[in-house]
Each structure stands twice: as C-alpha cells, then as structure tokens.
Design a binder for this molecule. Structure first.
Ligand SMILES: Cc1cc2nc3c(=O)[nH]c(=O)nc-3n(C[C@H](O)[C@H](O)[C@H](O)COP(=O)(O)OP(=O)(O)OC[C@H]3O[C@@H](n4cnc5c(N)ncnc54)[C@H](O)[C@@H]3O)c2cc1C
Length: 452
C-alpha cells in the first residue's frame, strides 16, 4: 500500500524546500523527496559559494585600488581562506543534516532518493510508492549543460560544482561560456592570480544583457588581463594528464590547467515520469500558469518552469504555489519586473525588458543613459567606478519597462528601478522625487533627464 500524504514535493532545492517548509508550517502532511542535498544548487554549488569567492576576489581588487587613493597596499591572493570558508560556513562540507532537520522539525517527512511520477498524485522512489491527496509539486531544477564537444567526455573538466569545490586557484583556467556563471567565476579566479581565457559563441559576453553591459564588462576584463575569444566555439578537447588543449572553430588552439564548462543549464524532464500525469517529457520546461499549476494536482516551481534560473524566482514562485495549494487568494505570477544581477565587478543588474526586446515587442521606446564616472558619487569613488544606468521607457504609457544598473553595487541600485517598473510609476513622478546626494542611485535622475 502506498504511503499517503497531503502533498509530495519532488526536488527539495530552493523552490521545493520553500514550498515543503511552508506547507508543513500550515499543518499539512508533506513528504519531501531529494536525490542529492536539501537546499539544491544555490547553497552548495551556486549563489552562496560563488558570491563568497567573489567577495574575497573583490577585496583583493579593492586592495589593489588603494595606491593613489589611500596609501599603499599589498595583499595575498591565497585561495585557501575562501575555500575553507566555503566548506565551513556555506556548504557545511556538503552535509544537509541541518536543512533536513529544519523540515522534519516542522512535521515534514523526508525521503532521500530520486523520485519519478507514476500517475496522478503518485511518486515512486526506489520501488516505494508515495501518494498525495492534494497534489505533487515539482521543483527538480537544472543541471549544468555539457555540450557534445569532441574529446570532452572523459576529461576532468569542471562545471560550477568542481569550480566551487576547488581548494586552490589553478595556474590557468579556460572558461567555456561568457554568460553570468562563466564571467563571475572567470573574474573571481583571475583576481586570485589565475590566467583566465573566456570563449563565448556569441559576438559578446553577457549576450542577453544590453550591449552596453557587454562592452563594459569586456573593457574591464581586458584591462584586468583576461583573454577573450568571441564569436567562436570549442570543437575539440583533450587532456594529457596535466593540462587541457582546446581547439576552436576559428583554428585557435588554447591550453589551460583547468577547463570550466559554463555554457548554460539543462532542465532534465525525461526521467520524471511526466507523461504519467499528462505532461510532455520532451518539452523544454514544465509549462505552468500564473498560479504554478502545470496540470490537475501538479504544480511546478523554480528553474524547471523555464522562467529564468534564479533563486529569487524559485522562492517567488514557491510562495504563489503555496497560496494556491492552501486555497488562499493572491496575485498570479507577474514577470514584468524580473530582476537579475551578474555579480562581476562592476555588478550588472538588469530588470524588465532590454531596449531591443522592448522594440521587438512593438513598444514606442525612449532610452536614457548616464555613466557612473560622471555622477558625483562616481567621480568621488574613482578607482573601480566603471558603470552606467540605462533606462528603457514605453513612451505611450509614460512608464519604465526596463533598466540596467551597472557599477559599484549595481545590483543594489537596481532595487529602485525594479520598484519603478513593478509599480508602473509614471516617469513624470520619478523625475520629481528626491534622490539622496551623493549616492550611486542618484544617477537614475540623470538617466531620466536623458530620456528627453
Ligand atoms: C554558479 C551559480 C551561481 C548562481 N548564482 C545565483 C545568484 O547569485 N542569484 C540567483 O538568484 N541565482 C543564482 N544561481 C541560480 C540558482 O542556484 C538556481 O536558480 C536555484 O538553485 C534554482 O532553484 P530550484 O529549486 O529551481 O532548483 P535547484 O536548486 O537546482 O534544486 C533542485 C533539486 O531537485 C533535486 N532533484 C532533481 N531531480 C530529482 C528527482 N527526480 N528526485 C529527487 N530530487 C531531484 C536536485 O538534486 C536538486 O537538489 C546560480 C547558479 C549557479 C550554478
């Protein structure tokens, strides 16, 4: 006989853990199933350890900026302290006992293993069937996408996981992929003294961001000595026991001690038994409505829904799914003001539509830009003040529909812009508010003036 519960959560990553914990808090009988570690990618191999490496790397860069600003400085680029902190403080050596205890402490029941739907409300793990009376929430996330490059398979290449489990910085690192994960880790390792090359298939890094963001980050990377290869792709990889050799389709041959594959994430639907509940296992992602319903008695949250691979998105969707399961009212998902931050230095924050996406969407668009170095705060800040604020306005409605905030604390400045877009604050009201002096966010006022 099947073990029964109110709700089964399949995949206890960021989104699943949030759903399972909140429903258990409400007194529901919840079974949480996780094949790897409760908490998912973010705390163990994603956001948290990567931002710990970046924080330390940025301190090294800041110390390098001391001469000419405040005296002299010389810092160690030893990687060991950050590797130790990741193990001790962030990932607890990849042990999720505390997270499991948190869930079971709320009354949740935890099952370690890889689950598969076998019919409406039914999930099987290692031959045992669990049955949910209210439904199943799928939050199975993504895995690193590893492209089929000749020779790559079988070599000791890194994904984000190995890159964040490393105990020392390699002498050289070749990064395949110039998206957010690739550029964040590329710059961080470079600041620990690693010689870094980045290979990106598109003609610019961070190709989903505004072109200005790509230009900015490329200029910074070139200044910091990273080697950039755009518009080309790896066609062959070999490893001789010491180093990688990577052949590009433009004939270039690159070598490096380590190879990081960061060309995107893959949503793995084929092993979830989705067809048993009437969903398409061949789809790109699990299609959900505004309340995270994927079908009768099936909800999905997080990366698996294909709305973007962000922790803040997974937790946002989790709260919506919880409300829906509990029969509570609340607004459906609204992705107009979806933010993202690439934690390079300068940080690249963006929200809503880029200029080209707004134009492609048929909007009447005006843009306004201000460069951080010409703002008062940017001028004061000097070393490390690269950045800009770009606004994208829908002139018919007189509201912002997109914005980029790149610069020191660009992700924090983004907050004001996200509120403006989410709240559809009229541009005219934004022009007539008070911006604290001399802050980085005051650059918004200058960009508004540039909107015309
Ligand atoms: C290097 C890196 C840096 C990142 N930095 C940021 C950042 O700064 N900010 C940000 O917002 N996001 C960041 N992200 C993205 C963020 O980690 C993800 O968006 C987030 O973890 C998604 O949560 P999720 O619950 O959808 O999936 P996941 O966290 O991937 O969790 C899914 C869980 O489901 C489990 N699972 C899968 N299939 C099954 C199955 N059949 N049975 C049982 N369990 C299963 C998996 O083992 C996993 O634990 C980063 C990601 C990476 C890789």
């Amino acid at each position: 006989m099947a073990d029964k519960a109110d709700v089964i959560v399949l995949g206890m990553g960021v989104g699943g853990e949030a759903v399972a914990g909140a429903l258990a808090d409400e007194g529901l009988d919840v079974i949480g199933i996780e094949g790897r570690l409760v908490g998912g990618e973010c705390p163990y191999w994603g956001c948290i350890p990567s931002k710990m490496v970046i924080r330390s790397a940025n301190l090294i860069a800041e110390a390098d900026r001391v001469p000419g600003m405040a005296g002299q400085s010389e810092v160690s680029t030893d990687f060991a302290p950050v590797a130790t902190r990741i193990r001790d403080e962030a990932t607890a050596n990849w042990d999720d006992t505390a997270a499991v205890d948190r869930f079971t402490g709320k009354g949740g029941r935890f099952v370690r293993g890889w689950g598969r739907l076998t019919g409406p409300g039914r999930v099987q793990v290692d031959g045992t069937t669990y049955e949910a009376t209210k439904g199943v929430v799928v939050g199975t996330g993504t895995a690193p996408f590893v492209p089929p490059i000749d020779g790559l398979d079988g070599t000791p290449y890194w994904t984000n996981r190995e890159a964040l489990e490393a105990t020392e910085a390699p002498q050289s690192l070749l990064v395949l992929g110039g998206g957010p994960i690739g550029v964040e880790l590329a710059q961080a390792y470079s600041r620990f003294g690693t010689e870094v090359s980045v290979v990106e298939r598109a003609d610019r890094l961070l190709s989903v961001e505004e072109p200005e963001s790509s230009q900015l980050i490329e200029a910074v990377f070139e200044r910091e000595g990273l080697q950039l290869h755009h518009g080309c792709t790896a066609v062959g990889v070999s490893h001789d026991g010491q180093a990688f050799a990577v052949g590009l389709d433009n004939g270039t041959e690159l070598t490096a001690e380590k190879l990081l594959v960061a060309v995107g994430r893959r949503i793995l639907l084929d092993k979830l038994g989705l067809d048993s509940v009437g969903l398409d296992p061949g789809a790109r992602a699990i299609d959900v409505d505004g309340h995270m319903r994927a079908g009768d008695g099936v909800w999905a949250v997080g990366d698996v829904t294909g709305h973007g691979a962000f922790t803040h998105l997974a937790t946002y969707q989790a709260a919506i799914a919880v409300r829906d399961i509990l029969g509570q009212d609340g607004p459906p998902a609204d992705y107009r003001a979806q933010p993202s931050v690439t934690f390079t230095d300068p940080e690249i924050g963006s929200v809503g539509l880029s200029e080209s996406r707004a134009r492609d969407g048929g909007l009447q668009v005006a843009t306004g830009v201000t460069d951080v170095p010409v703002t008062t705060r940017g001028w004061i800040h000097k070393a490390g003040n690269d950045g800009f604020i770009k606004l994208v306005a829908d002139t018919d409605r007189g509201v912002l529909v997109g914005a980029t905030s790149a610069g020191p604390w660009g992700g924090e400045v983004l907050g004001a812009l996200a509120v403006a877009i989410h709240g559809e604050v009229p541009v005219d009201r934004l022009r007539h508010m008070i911006y604290a002096y001399p802050t980085f966010h005051r650059g918004i006022e200058a960009a508004l003036a540039d909107l015309g």
